[in-house]
Design a protein around this ligand. Structure first.
Ligand code: PAF
Length: 273
């Protein structure tokens, strides 16, 4: 596995490759969810590139940029063992200047739900992903469905900017008890981890209600609030694949999303029908 820290050097290196390039952008603290993305990329591409960059522009003032888990050595070993060909580890100084050009998230889809709670977050995500795409020039890029809104916006950016990359969405990986894997789970104490299970339980309860024929999203939302009573719920939302709010569940066209705080840790999860 080759490690690059300089964007231009990596761009030069990858330019001449004949094989398809599978790219997994990450912020490190790699877990089984990331490994699943890497395995998927490995299966379908001649070359696999992983980037690890805790992107400062997607963190808002007061968020966990400084404390975000970083473990270069463990991440490097995971990449090596997973058969990654190139690990890209840039510094913030190489990725950003003083007075940069930014990508703006769309006014509607970029500013609801996560975008409403974290205004400007998706500008940072889209900006760094566009930069990474230009450096790596992947044929396929792999993203987890857990960040459903991020995934939708990246797909939109690819369309709107006529980028030559296939976005591959990979199912959320869960612990055996249902907790969605996230690097931020590392912040949870044992008691908080137990509390956090209410999030996936609420999603499961919603799907059971839907299987029983209930379609009214207000009714299902009330039940989900009851389950998550002790958490600080930021939103429960039923949206279609275009991220428009739904009053009634539409089978095959509904994503149920939750953002909630467990202690001081903000977690998100979703399920797609
Ligand atoms: O999902 C993430 O880890 C990040 O938002 C991403 C896509 C690597 C951009 O920094």
């Amino acid at each position: 596995m080759k490690i690059f820290r300089d964007p231009i050097a990596l761009q030069q290196e990858l330019k001449g490759l004949q094989s398809s390039i599978g790219f997994v952008p990450t912020m490190g603290a790699l877990h089984l969810g990331h490994r699943t993305l890497i395995e998927e990329a490995r299966r379908r591409n001649g070359t696999v590139v992983v980037s690890i960059f805790v992107n400062p522009t997607q963190f808002l003032e007061g968020e966990d940029l400084e404390s975000y888990p970083r473990n270069e050595e463990a991440d490097r070993r995971i990449c090596e063992l997973s058969g990654v060909d190139y690990l890209f580890y840039p510094s913030a100084e190489r990725m950003y200047g003083q007075d940069d050009v930014y990508v703006g998230a769309p006014d509607v889809r970029g500013y609801v739900l996560e975008g409403a709670s974290r205004a400007g977050h998706f500008d940072g995500v889209l900006t760094v992903v566009l930069k990474l795409f230009h450096i790596v020039t992947p044929t396929h890029a792999y993203f987890g469905k857990k960040d459903a809104q991020q995934l939708a916006l990246i797909k939109q950016m690819v369309q709107d900017f006529f980028l030559h990359v296939n976005i591959v969405a990979v199912d959320t990986v869960r612990e055996s008890d249902g907790l969605a894997l996230s690097s931020r789970n590392l912040y949870l104490s044992d008691a908080e981890r137990h509390e956090a299970l209410k999030i996936s339980y609420a999603l499961k309860r919603a799907t059971t209600m839907i299987a029983q024929g209930i379609r009214d999203t207000a009714v299902i939302t009330r039940e989900m609030h009851k389950i998550m009573g002790s958490l600080e719920v930021e939103y429960i939302a039923f949206v279609d694949n275009e991220f428009h709010e739904l009053p009634q569940v539409e089978i095959d066209n509904t994503i149920i999303l939750i953002a909630a705080k467990v202690g001081t840790t903000r977690l998100i999860d979703n399920i797609q029908l």
